[in-house]
Design a protein around this ligand. Structure first.
Ligand code: ZN
Length: 248
């Protein structure tokens, strides 16, 4: 089975559409690791598209905040403004839909889906401090996570060595194929679709192939200017559409 992993879409329809087009014919089932909304200009359109496509969708911290399950008190002022904007933009149906999304972890066949971490849906896995205890812990061999907006993740090699999974490449499309060893352990971040923060403004996604024991990481350009223009016209804060161009 080949799973398309989508995460941190953040109401960015242009980026989502390009990722889906790139993945066409390459996967059997789509899964979403949360943060469908927040920051971007098309929350309703993104929910509609992901809901019609993904077999499993778990909630992210922005999904919770935008439907009132969380007060966004820990968000920075710009993220909070975007949360308020999104709450007003959501149709009543989509507002309720976000409220109904399950929290991770969700167990799949041979791997786990979380937004932040298996221990806490809002925790950021940023480095060895958070990753090592998880890789050495009792969790499943493969955990797929999002939330940090950094593509790649972390692994323990069969020899027990800790490594970051680095995906940097200027190539468009497939940028890295990672082989999953039987005795290795993996934290896999497919990368943010709608607001990457790893210095590359292109949309990130990944395909987990459980038959071939590999993960393919993808990066693709999208019509960034169009998304930024929509955000400006919607009155969303300028730093939020400027950061899209920086990938930070
Ligand atoms: Zn996010």
């Amino acid at each position: 089975m080949r799973y398309l992993l989508l995460t941190d879409i953040h109401s960015n329809l242009e980026a989502l559409e390009v990722c889906l087009k790139l993945a066409q014919g390459k996967y059997d089932q789509a899964l979403c690791l949360g943060d469908l909304v927040g920051y971007g200009p098309n929350p309703n359109e993104v929910i509609e598209k992901v809901r019609g496509l993904a077999k499993v969708i778990i909630r992210g911290n922005h999904d919770k905040a935008c439907c009132g399950l969380d007060d966004a008190a820990e968000f920075n002022p710009f993220a909070r403004l975007a949360t308020t904007w999104t709450r007003q933009a959501l149709t009543p149906e989509h507002f309720e839909y976000l409220r109904s999304l399950p929290a991770g972890p969700v167990m799949m066949d041979g791997f786990v889906l979380v937004h932040g971490s298996p221990l806490d849906e809002d925790e950021y896995i940023l480095g060895p401090g958070q990753a090592l205890p998880l890789l050495r812990g009792p969790q499943t061999q493969i955990v797929c996570y999002g939330h940090t907006h950094y593509q790649g993740g972390f692994m323990l090699t069969p020899a027990g060595r800790f490594q970051s999974i680095r995906c940097h490449s200027d190539r468009d499309g497939l940028i890295l194929t990672l082989t999953l060893e039987n005795s290795g352990r993996y934290l896999i971040n497919p990368g943010s679709i709608g607001q990457p923060r790893d210095g590359d403004c292109r949309a990130g996604s990944a395909i987990l192939d459980m038959d071939r024991h590999q993960v393919e990481f993808y990066r693709i350009k999208y019509d960034l200017a169009k998304t930024q223009d929509k955000m400006q016209k919607a009155g969303l804060p300028e730093p939020l559409y400027r950061r899209l161009g920086l990938g930070r």
